[in-house]
Design a binder for this molecule. Structure first.
Ligand code: PEP
Length: 249
């Protein structure tokens, strides 16, 4: 039985003091022992958020990292730095990074491997554009992303990671994939993992849906057999996130 995981992606929002205030505002609203709760926060918020969340059920994630160990990579943050600061999860391959920062699958594969080596859990994002969906190549595209991003990653590590299916046309647009569309692709990702690895790995890996998840649609989406929670952008910055986390109450 996979435990649901509901993660907020704060993106480039919240100054350090606003971040601490948001942690305090959400503290009592996001208590749900049935799910793992994660806030993925901007790099500068990590240390204050780790401190603000001490003694709570909420874990901290980063929104990005670099794959090199250390050295002359001005502006980048390593997996070891994140780990040492108290981070447990890291988003890798969000569509905004793939699009605006031209991160490709070869780079993301290096990031996934480095995150795992450092003891972080990657939240690996994948998803199609509207054009790809309309062309009928959604699953081909996502299978290509998954296979490339996980190349050379051992089954035991894949079993522990989180994959987020995020149709690009549903991110920040208010357009949610229908529950059937979301379940179809999440199921397809699980089948792809079984094909590359084995049934046990496919049954263990947690697959989130992301794309305009809100308090009104979370329960229906998370009730699907292959949807193990959500990656939540806009709605993670407000009290509504508590309702999403407590979708089963
Ligand atoms: C995201 O950024 O990962 C996301 C799903 O955003 P939103 O919930 O705002 O669509």
């Amino acid at each position: 039985m996979r435990k649901k995981i509901i993660a907020g992606n704060w993106k480039m929002n919240m100054t350090p003091s606003q971040a601490v205030a948001l942690c305090a505002e959400l503290k009592d609203l996001v208590k749900n022992d049935d799910v793992d709760v994660v806030y993925c926060v901007p790099a500068i918020d990590i240390v204050p958020v780790v401190n603000a969340l001490k003694g709570t059920n909420v874990k901290v994630g980063a929104e990005n990292m670099y794959f090199e160990e250390k050295g002359a990579f001005t502006g980048e943050i390593s997996a070891a730095m994140l780990k040492d600061a108290g981070v447990e999860y890291v988003i890798i391959g969000h569509s905004e990074r793939r699009d605006y920062f031209k991160e490709d699958d070869a780079l993301l594969n290096k990031k996934v491997k480095k995150a795992i080596e450092a003891g972080l859990t990657p939240i690996l994002c994948c998803g199609e554009t509207l054009e790809q969906r309309e062309m009928g190549i959604t699953m081909d595209w996502i299978r290509m992303q998954i296979k490339s991003d996980l190349a050379g990653v051992a089954a035991a590590d894949v079993a522990k990671l989180v994959i987020a299916y995020e149709p690009i046309w549903a991110i920040g647009t208010g357009k949610t994939a229908t529950t059937a569309q979301a379940e179809e692709v999440c199921g397809g990702i699980r089948a792809c993992i079984e094909e590359i690895y084995d049934k046990a790995t496919a049954e263990a890996v947690r697959i989130q849906y992301g794309g305009s998840v809100n308090a009104a649609n979370a329960a229906e989406l998370f009730a699907e057999k292959d949807i193990d929670g959500g990656l939540v952008g806009g709605a993670s910055l407000k009290a509504d996130f508590g309702k999403i986390v407590c979708y089963n109450k």
